[in-house]
Design a protein around this ligand. Structure first.
Ligand code: FCB
Length: 504
């Protein structure tokens, strides 16, 4: 079966909530024809079934057992039980009128222990793709959303160059099974988190806190991305053949906390280097920035500067042209180069800290702090800063001439309450509305943005924060696995149906 967009025969869900939220801007807005409205998830965050049909442990299964690593000691063992409830979840997407669903395939299902191809694991994704196509929903595959086989981590993980080649094997096995039916292929989700939360700060699996190891991991992740792009092209994955290939980056807008303080201006520059340009420069310009090299001079991994791991030809591979850029946007950052009196998690920058297991700065060399700016915050204490999304998208166009862009994640965690079978999440709805307006601003400024994915379809396992932080537009009762569309989901169904925002 190939994908042909179709209009759902089931009328989309609606609610009065879609007209009920007040905001400064209330005029209607329409998005470009064909704008892709979707929702996103990730394998480890929703699937559960961690030991079924041949799956073997990933670094997250291991990390969840590290005392103090995950709030409440939560694990992804059951999560949303999506592995067993997939048809029901796809039916829900159809009722919401979603045009696309972004999910990730789990390496430890497809190639357990990074070994032979496991038909049982691939079959699950094949059935998912068929279910989506049958519902008129475009499947969007992310090949890596952080669940590295533990066996590879035991051999050095992303600090070992060989992991990039093992990723190619896995990616091609997945493409060979699903490539006939999936139009959108993302190599990596948020390599920043994999590299710097995983190997420098230690907030994410594998939990290593080894300074410049994050830079070595970032390079190998970039190499893995480039190698897979090259191989997918050899397999015929091109826009002409109906396949779009790209990567998803979580990018920030790095502002100085105090624009008149030179230490803060410099911290913002360094943050832009470590969070954005460390990926944007190699992908779109085939180089690493000089200031990144200067900022990391003196940092070593295994006794050598991180550039020692960059081999001739790597940057040419990494800069292979891509068809789409995925941008995950949650908030910008106000960076400071000075110490501040604020809580430790806030000062590290969007990274959970647990007193039972201290973690470090995810920025190699440290020296960047994130004091409170007085902006509103969500339930996870992330700032709400929709205007920075417009600035980010315009900057990507101006500085990097990026290909057509999709917002592959955007959303917010709030403390939801289920009352009489409903969740009146006015704050999340307002968050989504404000960000869609900011996105529309960028489109009006000529930026080529072609779609938007709410994070997330379902409440799920929010990594180091466990199940306490709910990002779903659909509520999940983890005791009963009952799904309840929140007001934001009903509103979003209306947005997708009319391809725009209504006046309120
Ligand atoms: C992003 C991740 C996603 C989810 C959201 C809240 O960094 O890609 O899995 O955790 O944050």
């Amino acid at each position: 079966m190939t994908f042909t967009p179709s209009v759902s025969s089931t009328p989309p869900l609606r609610s009065s909530a879609e007209e009920s939220v007040g905001d400064a801007e209330s005029f209607p807005l329409t998005f470009p024809t064909g704008f892709l409205w979707g929702a996103a998830t990730a394998s480890y965050q929703i699937e559960g079934a961690v030991a079924e049909d041949g799956r073997t442990p990933s670094i997250w299964d291991t990390f969840c057992r590290v005392p103090g690593a995950i709030v409440g000691g939560d694990t992804g063992d059951v999560a949303c039980d999506h592995y067993h409830r997939m048809p029901e979840d796809v039916a829900l997407m159809k009722r919401l009128g979603l045009a696309a669903y972004r999910f990730s395939t789990a390496w430890p299902r497809v190639r357990p222990d990074a070994g032979e191809v496991n038909r049982g694991g691939l079959d699950f994704y094949s059935r998912l793709v068929d279910e989506l196509l049958g519902a008129g929903i475009a499947p969007w595959v992310t090949l890596y959303h952080w669940d590295l086989p533990q066996t590879l981590e035991d051999a050095g993980g992303w600090t070992n160059r060989d992991t990039a080649y093992r990723f190619v094997d896995y990616a091609l096995s997945t493409y060979d099974a699903l490539g006939d039916r999936v139009p959108y292929w993302t190599t990596l989700n948020e390599p920043w988190c994999s590299a710097f939360l995983g190997y420098t700060g230690g907030q994410h699996a594998p939990g290593r806190q080894e300074g410049a190891a994050g830079l070595v991991a970032a390079h190998h992740l970039m190499l893995a991305h480039g190698l897979v792009v090259e191989e997918l092209r050899r397999r015929g994955a091109t826009p002409e053949a109906g396949k779009q290939v790209g990567i998803t980056l979580n990018l920030t807008v790095a502002d100085p906390f105090d624009p008149d303080e030179p230490a803060d201006v410099d911290a913002a520059r360094r943050l832009d280097g470590f969070a954005n340009r460390v990926f944007l420069e190699p992908i779109f310009k085939g180089r690493y920035a000089d200031d990144l090299a200067a900022d990391t001079a003196g940092l070593t991994f295994e006794g050598r500067a991180w550039q020692a791991w960059v081999r001739d030809g790597d940057l040419a591979t990494i800069s292979a042209p891509i068809d789409v850029l995925g941008v995950n946007y949650y908030h910008g950052d106000g960076a400071s180069g000075l110490p501040h009196d604020d809580d430790p998690a806030r000062l590290l920058g969007s990274a959970v800290t647990n007193p039972a297991r201290p973690t470090g700065s995810p920025y190699p060399g440290g020296g960047i702090t994130f004091p409170r700016r007085g902006l509103p915050t969500t339930g996870i204490d992330w700032e709400v800063q929709p205007d920075a999304l417009t600035r980010l998208l315009v900057r990507l166009r101006d500085d990097y001439a990026v290909p057509p862009t999709y917002i592959t994640e955007n959303g917010a965690a709030y403390d939801d309450v289920v009352t009489a079978g409903a969740v009146h999440d006015a704050d999340r709805l307002a968050f989504l509305d404000a960000h869609l307006r900011a996105l529309h601003d960028a489109i009006e400024q000529g930026v080529d943005v072609r779609g938007y994915f709410a994070w997330s379809l379902l409440d799920n396992f929010e990594w180091a924060y466990g199940y306490g932080q709910r990002f779903g537009i659909v509520h999940v009762d983890y005791d009963t696995q009952v799904r309840t569309p929140k007001d934001s989901a009903l509103w979003y169904a209306g947005v997708a149906a009319r391809n725009g925002l209504g006046a309120r």
